[in-house]
Write a protein that binds this ligand. Structure first.
Ligand code: ZN
Ligand code: ZN
Length: 504
């Protein structure tokens, strides 16, 4: 049904967005922004960047001298300053990458023009794919419709397609190569919905971004004759299934130099958020005790529910002694419970989260002690299982700077906030150590029925296409600009150092 009144006149055909003519205020609240996730998937040599720890040692005079080089940035984040400080320190003569940035211009505007034309040309197709996926919501590992739809489309576009990639029924891969050699740009397309509320996390838009980036970068590689490869992955089960974790374990990201994706979130229009996401560990404990008549012979029982309550109490006390950035949350489940029977079984599921994988592992160990102690106290048996571990996502400051720069200069989108990362959710977009991210905002409206509506609107698709254009240019630069790529790698290595991962 077309809306009776709507102050956006062009919402109707050729697409029925199912727009319900919301009030201006409500529409503004619910319009999804696209957060951005970019993942650097390669190790690198630390050559060009001054280590963070040296920053405080720089003299005031030097800082004021280099501040000239950072002032041109419309959005001066610490990370942006830091990269430029490091660059100027190590290199007496600015390299071409630096010169390009100093000129206050967007990298290769003629390529951006190609990208924009391509996305505009395909906007009807992309919208069509997005709405079809939205209207056929499929939960984790059941994304068969989306799998078939997207693989058929990529094949029709001349990409080399692998269905059921790496023995995951709903995973897929679409690749395109131009020229000889060159780097590999990875892109993620998520597809899954949530039980009962459909595409309340907007993964139909994520799928669209992935396809759009791939089409646009392909056009740019051909037109501007740059060698490189695009590897688009259809990634199942982001919502609690860890699809990308499995793909990574099976080598799905092995040959990528960088991997990009975008995720929608609720918030201010004309912004994109750049926060990091938490590492997380889900674990369960099953307490097995012995039943008994709760009144006639309670001393014969071993109370599994008591174990669960003691564990819950212990963990609640533990929360006082953890950092403000740490999270522990859990539930209790039982079966065949009755008030007059000592419960012989109870199950708890817990999730621990912290900013880094290391911290999460340490926090989880403390939680496990609480779980074990409860079994000891109640003489029940505890069976503890750790399920999928989600690594934290940390931004690659160089890719983020590039994204922020293009977003502000070309599209007036403010992507400068949230770079230090608020406490948020966790995601399966990871690689065991190197990560960068721009995830969703906390309490931002994802996972609600209203967000499902928002993920179908024309505004959502318009901003999706804009973010797609920016990401495509960032991805193209990774393939085209050797020096820029070196900086990306160096930043990645630096992040690993800061987070304490020295295994690279
Ligand atoms: Zn979600
Ligand atoms: Zn999501």
């Amino acid at each position: 049904m077309p809306p009776k009144s709507c102050d956006i006149p062009d919402l109707r055909p050729p697409y029925d967005y199912g727009h319900k003519a919301p009030a201006r205020r409500r529409r503004r609240e619910m319009t999804p922004n696209l957060g951005l996730m970019i993942n650097n998937l390669h190790s690198a040599k630390m050559e060009n960047i001054l280590p963070d720890k040296m920053y405080p040692q720089l003299s005031k005079a030097f800082i004021s001298r280099v501040s000239y080089y950072t002032k041109y940035l419309a959005r001066n984040t610490y990370a942006q300053q830091h990269v430029h400080v490091g660059y100027k320190t190590i290199h007496d003569e600015p390299g071409p990458t630096q010169q390009t940035r100093m000129s206050n211009d967007i990298f290769r505007p003629e390529v951006l023009k190609t990208i924009e034309e391509e996305i505009d040309k395909y906007s009807k197709d992309l919208t069509d794919l997005s709405l079809k996926i939205h209207d056929h919501p499929e939960i984790k590992y059941e994304e068969r419709y989306a799998h078939d739809l997207l693989t058929a489309y990529m094949e029709s576009q001349g990409f080399e397609v692998t269905r059921h990639y790496l023995d995951l029924e709903t995973a897929w891969k679409a690749t395109f190569t131009h020229g000889n050699g060159g780097r590999v740009l990875g892109v993620n397309s998520e597809m899954d919905a949530l039980p009962g509320i459909g595409h309340a996390c907007g993964h139909n838009l994520i799928a669209t971004v992935g396809v759009g980036i791939s089409l646009a970068v392909r056009a740019a590689l051909i037109k501007h004759n740059v060698s490189g490869k695009i590897c688009l992955l259809g990634t199942p089960a982001e919502e609690g299934g860890g699809g990308k974790v499995i793909l990574i374990e099976r080598g799905g990201y092995k040959n990528m130099d960088v991997c990009l994706m975008a995720h929608p979130a609720a918030g201010n229009p004309r912004t994109a958020k750049l926060g990091s996401s938490q590492a997380s560990q889900e674990l369960s404990v099953e307490y097995q005790g012995h039943p008994a008549h709760a009144s006639a012979a309670p001393w014969e029982g071993q109370n599994a529910l008591d174990a669960a309550f003691i564990a819950y109490g212990s963990i609640s006390a533990l929360r006082q002694q953890v950092k403000p950035t740490h999270r522990i949350h859990g539930i209790v489940e039982g079966r065949d419970w009755a008030a007059n029977v000592i419960p012989d079984y109870a199950k708890m599921t817990w999730v621990t989260r912290a900013p880094t994988a290391k911290e999460t592992e340490a926090l989880t160990k403390r939680v496990v002690k609480c779980l074990e102690a409860a079994a000891l106290a109640t003489e029940t048996k505890a069976t503890i299982k750790h399920s999928i571990f989600y690594y934290n996502l940390t931004q690659n400051t160089v890719l983020v700077r590039e994204f922020t720069d293009v977003a502000a200069k070309r599209y007036g989108i403010d992507a400068s906030s949230g770079i230090e990362g608020a406490i948020g959710a966790s995601t399966d977009f990871l690689s065991p150590r190197y990560i960068l991210i721009i995830p969703t905002q906390p309490n931002g409206g994802n996972h609600t029925a209203r967000f499902t509506e928002s993920a179908r609107t024309k505004e959502a698709h318009d901003i999706t296409f804009t973010i797609t254009k920016i990401l495509a240019l960032v991805g193209f630069r990774v393939l085209d600009d050797e020096l820029f790529f070196k900086e990306v790698h160096a930043s990645f290595k630096q992040t690993m150092k800061i987070t304490g991962d020295t295994s690279l």
